[in-house]
Design a binder for this molecule. Structure first.
Ligand code: AP5
Length: 207
């Protein structure tokens, strides 16, 4: 399976991507995770990305396109992958299309997780991640176990989340008509428990 996960910030792409990656035994490739790792390692790319991420802005296309092109050509991605948070602009989607054509490995679907903006702020602000395992938790909806070593993402402060949501509406929402025109778009309602959403995702991908 080669799948793109679309949806606004905190809609549940990472949560559902982890479940699907485990079920299909393919990697989940998150550009957000890759950029945060580069920032933590202090690489030139990480330093360049940091100022955009902290401002709730998209990192320039040429930076993320290069990262993803390299990653999907790795041996563990030959049987498939789940792209979480990429593409986010039409230029990124065109670059992905070109790369997959060259690899002879077309996309199977682009899955949009729909969650109203009014719920997204709370999902982001109360998100916590276990830094040892990468497991995603929510202080209200998916409480962490006591032994988890929790981190709060720097861009999950309320003001930055609002900017990320604006950026999504301005830049990334255009991918819905893009993938609809290519008959690849599947949409699921992302409101409900994570398990309920997983059931809808599995159904939508079987269609
Ligand atoms: P990125 O890390 O990709 O962030 P995002 O797209 O904003 O998405 P999130 O990780 O915030 O949320 P999610 O949809 O994965 O939700 P999750 O499952 O965690 O990007 C960060 C930044 O990096 C960007 O702002 C940009 O600067 C840069 N960047 C990354 N990719 C880029 C690209 N391609 N181009 C340019 N720049 C790029 O869930 C959220 C919370 O809700 C969790 O607490 C979870 O437990 C909870 N939750 C999940 N499902 C449910 C449910 N059904 N009910 C209740 N709670 C739920």
């Amino acid at each position: 399976m080669r799948l793109v996960l679309l949806g606004p910030p905190a809609s549940g792409k990472g949560t559902q991507g982890d479940v699907l990656a485990q079920r299909h035994e393919i990697p989940k490739i998150s550009t957000g995770d890759m950029l945060r790792a580069a920032r933590a390692a202090g690489t030139p790319l990480g330093r360049e990305a940091a100022s955009f991420m902290e401002a709730g802005k998209l990192v320039p296309d040429e930076v993320v396109i290069g990262l993803v092109e390299e990653r999907i050509a790795q041996p563990d991605a030959t049987c498939g992958f789940i792209l979480d948070g990429f593409p986010r602009t039409v230029a990124q989607a065109d670059a992905l299309d070109k790369k997959l054509k060259a690899l002879g490995a077309p996309l199977d679907a682009a899955l949009q997780i729909d969650v109203p903006r009014s719920l997204l702020l709370e999902r982001a602000v109360l998100r916590r991640i276990d830094k040892r395992t990468g497991q995603i938790y929510h202080l209200k909806y998916s409480p962490p176990p006591p032994e988890a070593e929790l981190v709060h993402r720097a861009d999950d402060q309320e003001a930055t989340v609002q900017k990320r949501l604006d950026e999504y509406e301005a830049m990334t929402a255009a991918l819905l008509p893009y993938y609809e025109a290519r008959e690849l778009l599947r949409r699921v309602d992302g409101v409900g428990s994570p398990d309920e959403v997983t059931r809808r995702v599995v159904e939508a991908l079987a269609r």
